[in-house]
Structures are given as C-alpha cells and as structure tokens.
Design a protein around this ligand. Structure first.
Ligand code: SF4
Ligand code: FES
Length: 221
C-alpha cells in the first residue's frame, strides 16, 4: 500500500496517494480552485470552504484523496450501505464500511472508497493504479447473479474484503454488486477475480491456479 502526501489548510487537510489516482477527474472538475494539476502544489485546501473541499474529496472514487478537518467539522461518514460497481475494462469500485484483511484475516486498513484491481497488473495491489489500460484488460463488467450468496443471518454493517493468498478478493458482509450494464444483485458472500484470468468475471473461477497468480509480482495477470 502506497504513501500519501499531506496538503495542510487552515480549515482542512487533504491527503493524496498518487498511486491510487486513476485520473477520474472528479476533483479537478468539482473544485478547480483547489485541485489544479497545473499549479504547485496542485492541491490548495484553502481555495474553497472546508465543507466544499470535504464534499469533493468524498467523491474521489478510488480513495486517492482523503481529508481531516482542522476546524472541528465532521469526519467523512461512510455511506449507509456497502456497494460495489464493476467498471468495464477496469477496476471494481467499492464504497461503504470497508475492512481490508490479509489472507490470515488480519486487518490491514479501513476505507470508505476504494478501486480494486481486477486485471492483475496493478503495481499497488489490491488497489487499481491504472495499469489495466497498458495491460489491454478487456471485460464488459456484467454481473451474473448466481455467483453471489445471500445473507444467511443478520451480520454487522461492515464489508470485509479478504485478500486470499495468490487468489481472489473474498467478500463477506452485506453488499450490493452492480455491473456496467445496470445488472445488480444483493448478497453477503462472493469471491471476485483479481488475477484477470477468470472466464467468469467478475467472479473467481479458479483460473488463478493455472496462471500461478502472485499478487506481489506486478507483471502477474
Ligand atoms: S477524483 Fe481521485 S482518482 Fe480522480 S483525479 Fe482526483 S484524486 Fe485522482
Ligand atoms: S482470482 Fe482470478 S480466477 Fe481466481
């Protein structure tokens, strides 16, 4: 997981983790007086009210941007439910009360917004770093509902995303999963391919074993 850089303002501080930015441009389009790639530094937190900066930061779909209020204002509230959206030819975008676990179920971090690599080529797994473009990753991003298990009992609000060793992202907890064509399913358990080789994307079909997927190898996938 990458390093972030802090941009201090009087009312709010903004952090930016460059490796997680895939230039979706929500920030630049949303508040050009604060986020200007042609200025140095490129983020000027005092260029708008802390409320407006917080609002636009919260729209960053990858979690590359985050904030801390310095004026006593509220921290970012997670959305009321967990959702994942599969992008065509790109990552899966997740929002909610997200808890990322390693293969042994140790907590790595908590997030409200992430873009998760599903092509296998990111050098910053489990996050997308935009490598799917150079890798020529192609997948329409539709969702076949049969591969999601419904909730068997009432669980907590968190969605855990476990990085199974040399294998898929294992989801546990309540979520809605939607595809790029509008297909959508609710469930509580699923395994999403992150090696890029499944013939049943976005779900894992065991193909990672045949390609010797190793998430630590940036060329994997
Ligand atoms: S909104 Fe997030 S991912 Fe998009 S350009 Fe800004 S920092 Fe990068
Ligand atoms: S992670 Fe890609 S097939 Fe299992």
């Amino acid at each position: 997981m990458g390093r972030s850089r802090e941009y201090e303002g009087d009312g709010i501080a903004v952090s930016f983790e460059a490796e997680r930015c895939i230039h979706a441009a929500e920030c630049v389009g949303g508040l050009p007086a604060v986020f200007n790639p042609d200025s140095r530094p490129w983020i000027s937190p005092d260029g708008a009210s802390p409320e407006d900066v917080a609002r636009v930061v919260s729209r960053c779909p990858t979690g590359a941007l985050s904030f801390e209020r310095r004026d006593g204002g509220p921290a970012e509230a997670p959305p009321p439910s967990n959702s994942l959206r599969v992008g065509a030819d790109g990552p899966v975008f997740a929002t909610g009360r997200l808890v990322i676990l390693d293969a042994e179920r140790r907590e790595l971090c908590r997030e409200t917004r992430v873009a998760l690599c599903r092509c296998g080529a990111s050098g910053n797994k489990p996050y997308c770093d935009g490598a799917h473009k150079a890798a020529g990753f192609r997948d329409p991003g539709t969702v076949e509902t049969a591969h999601v298990k419904p909730a068997e009992r009432e669980g907590g609000p968190d969605l855990t995303i476990r990085l199974r060793a040399d294998g898929p992202l294992v989801l546990e907890g309540p979520f809605a999963l939607s595809g790029s064509d509008g297909s959508a399913v609710r469930g509580a358990a699923a395994a999403l391919c992150r090696c890029g080789a499944s013939r049943n994307k976005p779900f894992c079909d065991g193909s990672h074993r045949h390609i010797d997927f190793s998430p630590d190898d940036p060329s994997a996938g």
